[in-house]
Design a protein around this ligand. Structure first.
Ligand SMILES: [Zn+2]
Length: 265
């Protein structure tokens, strides 16, 4: 069966194909991840404008045939410009990491509207971020874990269930149980399984992020460098623990090299 379908979509990947075409993979609202061939995209680039660039948020029309690996894209128009995402390295690093993560945790044609909304909302928040685009990425990762079914929690003990507060979290380091997805209070005995130790500022930052009401509010979460590094490291460990075949993000290593070196404009 074949049909002509219209859907909102974000470009995850765009690669040249043969002399004149491109293979563009989208994350779409209606069909989840969808790989398409765009015939003639390289011969007449004006036809699609900048809508085939990674992170573009578009309305697309696809000629879709069941059982085919690559669908045919017939039209793509940008909905949001996300202009600042590509103008600034910190914002771009956050956005590129988001689309790469979505690419890595999804399969073709498995619809997930919550994930689509998370992606577009987080790209918009990173585009808007005036202070701290990396916090928008961290919040995206916390919410991605929730959508995938292993939401981390920071408000009660993963051992006894008691509320975590000053009284039962006095030490400098807090044990976080990766398998259970939560921290352990000080009254709980040593536990088997995979435990990581979090510094107090990292724990507090993660708790703050997990309670943030929306993607935009992450912009206000300012973290100093060691805390930001700790949060990034923890979230990566946590995602890796629950998505075992997750490989390191290419965008992460590319951008951290750029941000650390003189390449930065
Ligand atoms: Zn406990």
């Amino acid at each position: 069966m074949s049909s002509i379908e219209k859907t909102e979509a974000v470009v995850l990947r765009s690669i040249p194909f043969r002399e004149t075409s491109k293979i563009v993979t989208f994350y779409t609202r209606r069909f989840g991840r969808l790989s398409t061939i765009v015939k003639g995209a390289r011969r007449s680039p004006g036809r699609f404008g900048s809508s085939l660039e990674p992170m573009s948020h578009n309305l697309i029309i696809v000629y879709k045939k069941e059982g085919r690996e690559l669908q045919t894209l017939s039209q793509s128009d940008r909905i949001s410009s996300f202009r600042r995402l590509t103008e600034d390295l910190d914002r771009m690093a956050a956005g590129m990491s988001m689309i790469e993560l979505v690419w890595l945790v999804t399969r073709e044609e498995e619809e997930n509207e919550a994930l689509f909304s998370l992606l577009t909302g987080s790209l918009a928040a990173a585009d808007d971020a005036t202070k701290n685009p990396s916090s928008v990425l961290y919040l995206f990762e916390v919410r991605l874990a929730k959508i995938l079914g292993f939401q981390p929690f920071f408000n009660r003990c993963a051992g006894c269930g008691k509320t975590l507060a000053q009284g039962n979290l006095t030490g400098a380091l807090i044990r976080f149980h990766l398998d259970r997805g939560g921290a352990l209070c000080e009254s709980c005995p040593p536990e088997g399984g995979h435990i990581v130790l979090l510094s107090r500022p990292v724990f507090d930052a993660l708790r703050g992020l997990s309670e943030a009401p929306d993607a935009e509010s992450a912009n206000g979460v300012l973290l100093d460098a060691p805390t930001g590094d700790g949060v990034r490291e923890f979230l990566w460990k946590y995602l890796r623990h629950h998505v075992p075949d997750l490989r390191p993000l290419r965008s992460e290593s590319v951008f951290s090299r750029m941000l650390d070196s003189d390449v930065r404009p």
